[in-house]
Design a protein around this ligand. Structure first.
Ligand code: KG4
Ligand code: ZN
Length: 357
């Protein structure tokens, strides 16, 4: 069962071919990072235009890397939402044209559901350590979807059945990383840069708040207050120029910010697991799941927990996770009409049949 998927919800044009929902045969990504870097964030109009330019070569590259031709495909999948509407449209329209010309089912996938499925895909083994030739069932599990657009804790009861336990009340964690990096002139996207510099700093140099950690009854996040506390500290220290002139100060600020962000993420994950005891499976997904500080911290989790950390290429936006999730929608005999519209908001807790209306 071969599915070609297209993902264009934000600033990566991505295509991939996945066999039987598990084996990644190809994964191609055209990143627009350089186009947006000088603005310090994604500019929607620039992003949609770049998707238009990249989509044909990226789909061709994905088919060619997988050594698969269009007429061998069993279905074509696409991210329908949430995301930037002009960006999503490029992928949705292109997928519709493939479905129509090849006469194969069109399958719409919710983007965050794709992230939460990413632990199950791989070239040889998945992030649970299971061969992709074997069935893997780690449901139910607690999934963290942490990226530039989302910060949610989700109970994944079975493939593509989601209960949102908590989400961010303001900024996503990756967004906070990107904003504080911009504030001290570190470049875009800030997450990986802050992560790298943090390893050289003292995580206790500055005491940043751990937002909502004292709310024991809530699985929600809030990262805007942490970002503001960081900005205030930068002001107190004399402003951006002073920070830029000192490598040590930069490293200490990054390390202290990262310590606060990672502490909140790990502690909230631990509480969600405890609240659903007996629950021993945890999956960390989305761009921020690449974070080395977070990965190191989770090594200290008790051994009774099985934690899936997808490879970085499956953590950041990609189409292989979309193709994998689409397999289960196809198995349930659900597909979308050729009149499908992109949707900037799409509820992860709705049934996949609703995503496909
Ligand atoms: O999943 P993704 O590619 O796109 C969204 O759906 O948003 O995630 C991108 C986000 C950016 O905010 C980026 O700064 C962040 O993930 N990110 C990181 C790291 N690598 C990427 N944040 C912290 N540490 C990292 N190593
Ligand atoms: Zn994403």
């Amino acid at each position: 069962m071969l599915i070609l998927a297209i993902e264009s919800s934000c600033d990566e044009t991505a295509a991939a071919v996945v066999a039987d929902g598990r084996r990644v045969l190809s994964i191609q990504i055209a990143s627009q990072v350089e186009l947006h870097a000088r603005y310090g964030g994604v500019v929607p109009e620039i992003a949609s235009r770049a998707h238009l330019e990249a989509i044909v070569p990226i789909v061709e590259a994905a088919l060619s890397e997988a050594n698969v031709s269009l007429d061998q495909l069993d279905a074509v999948a696409v991210t329908r939402g949430p995301g930037l509407i002009g960006c999503l449209l490029v992928g949705v329209e292109f997928a519709k044209s493939i479905a129509a010309t090849q006469r194969i089912p069109l399958i719409a996938v919710q983007h965050v559901a794709g992230h939460l499925y990413s632990p199950f895909i791989g070239r040889e083994t998945d992030a649970w350590g299971v061969s992709v030739d074997q069935p893997a069932d780690f449901h139910p599990y607690i999934g963290l979807a942490i990226s530039g657009g989302h910060s949610s804790i989700v109970l994944v009861e079975e493939p593509l059945r989601h209960v949102t336990l908590g989400e961010t009340l303001d900024d996503a964690v990756g967004e906070a990383y990107d904003k504080i990096a911009k504030l001290i002139g570190l470049g875009y996207p800030g997450g990986p840069i802050v992560d790298r510099i943090a390893s050289r700093g003292n995580p206790q140099a500055f005491k940043f708040p751990r937002p909502l950690l004292n709310r024991r009854d809530s699985h929600d996040f809030s990262f805007s207050g942490l970002k503001t506390a960081f900005a205030r500290e930068v002001e107190k220290l004399g402003g951006r120029e002073v920070i830029e002139a000192s490598e040590q100060l930069t490293a200490d600020l990054c390390a202290s910010f990262q310590a606060a962000a990672v502490h909140v993420l790990v502690e909230k994950a631990r509480r969600a697991l405890k609240a659903h005891h007996p629950m021993f499976h945890l999956a960390i997904t989305g761009g921020v799941a690449c974070n080395r500080g977070l990965r190191a911290f989770l090594q200290t989790f008790p051994r009774k927990y099985k934690i899936a950390f997808p490879d970085p290429e499956y953590c950041t936006d990609n189409a292989a996770m979309i193709a994998g999730a689409a397999f289960h929608i196809h198995q349930a005999n659900v597909s979308a009409p050729l009149t499908l519209n992109a949707s900037s908001r799409l509820d992860i807790t709705a049934a996949p049949s609703v995503w496909n209306q």
